[in-house]
Design a binder for this molecule. Structure first.
Ligand code: DGL
Length: 282
């Protein structure tokens, strides 16, 4: 006889359920984290997002990890002061620097993008060979290697830095012949390693899904850290009774550098949901 499947326990939701209207903080070195914000807005349309793009100091990928830890502390403090209920470090390099490597304590709960993606990749792999692509900082940190070893010691991880991808995406180049060439070069070691699952370990890479899938072939499962992180946030809010019930949430977008440049690029990542961009010096 088959035993009945156990359903997760979900707090009842009624129109009278207490709501937590405080916003979710999301930050990145620039516009890339908007792929995570977009996934969050799709899954949690009642939630208000306060997004910080640290354009004055990004990109973080080529920077020293200690420096990125310091930026992360400053931004989380600023977002905590905006009365956020939760902050998402929507940047793999910041997650690697401040959450996975000697985690810091923060004044508000902070979720990163690495653990959710690793959990999904470990579930997806059929041959226990996973690849991850990311910035130089993320790959050098070894954060994905440690996370995979902790989650599934039998799984082998192959990490590949792809330093040119961020610049190509930010200049709007996601389909041309040079992008295909660059991708083929970066991904050759992963193809040779016969990985069957690849984690998009950088916020910009969901915009390269077409080219990555084309080069790796249709049998390789691509795991987007943006989507997996949004699902983790969803579960956290439901379980914590922290959901908001807002008719039309007014998101706020903040850039630490040139607001107009942020807005131009951000449209590509977020589409028409982008409103005015405020500029703040942190
Ligand atoms: N947001 C960064 C990441 O996900 C990519 C851009 C950068 O180098 O700052 O690692």
């Amino acid at each position: 006889m088959r035993s009945a499947a156990r359903l997760p326990s979900v707090p009842p939701r009624t129109n009278d359920a207490p709501a937590d209207p405080r916003p979710i903080g999301v930050f990145d070195s620039g516009v890339g984290g908007l792929t995570v914000a977009r996934a969050l807005m799709d899954l949690l349309p009642d939630e208000r997002v306060v997004y910080v793009g640290d354009t004055a100091r990004g990109p973080y990928g080529p920077r020293d990890l200690g420096e990125v830890r310091g930026f992360t502390v400053e931004i989380v403090d600023w977002l905590a002061a905006q009365d956020t209920k939760l902050v998402v470090a929507a940047c793999n390099t910041a997650t690697a620097a401040a959450l996975e490597t000697a985690p810091l304590s923060f004044p508000v709960p902070v979720l990163g993008v690495i653990a959710p993606a690793v959990a999904a990749a470990v579930r997806a792999t059929r041959n226990d060979r996973i690849g991850v692509v990311g910035t130089v900082g993320t790959v050098r940190s070894g954060a994905y290697d440690r996370a995979v070893a902790a989650a599934a010691p039998d799984v082998k991880l192959f990490a590949q830095a792809c330093p040119r991808f961020v610049e190509l995406v930010e200049t709007g180049r996601t389909t041309d012949a040079e992008v295909l060439d660059v991708a083929a070069g970066y991904l050759a070691p992963l193809v040779a390693a016969e990985v069957d699952t690849v984690i998009l370990g950088c916020t910009h890479y969901p915009l390269l899904t077409g080219v990555l899938s084309f080069v790796l072939g249709p049998d390789v499962v691509l795991v987007s850290s943006a989507e997996e992180t949004a699902r983790t946030v969803f579960a956290r809010l439901v379980r914590g009774g922290l959901l908001a019930h807002q008719a039309v949430p007014a998101h706020r977008f903040v850039a630490t550098g040139d607001g107009a440049a942020f807005a131009r690029l951000a449209e590509r990542f977020l589409g028409p949901r982008l409103r005015d961009v405020d500029v703040e010096r942190l």
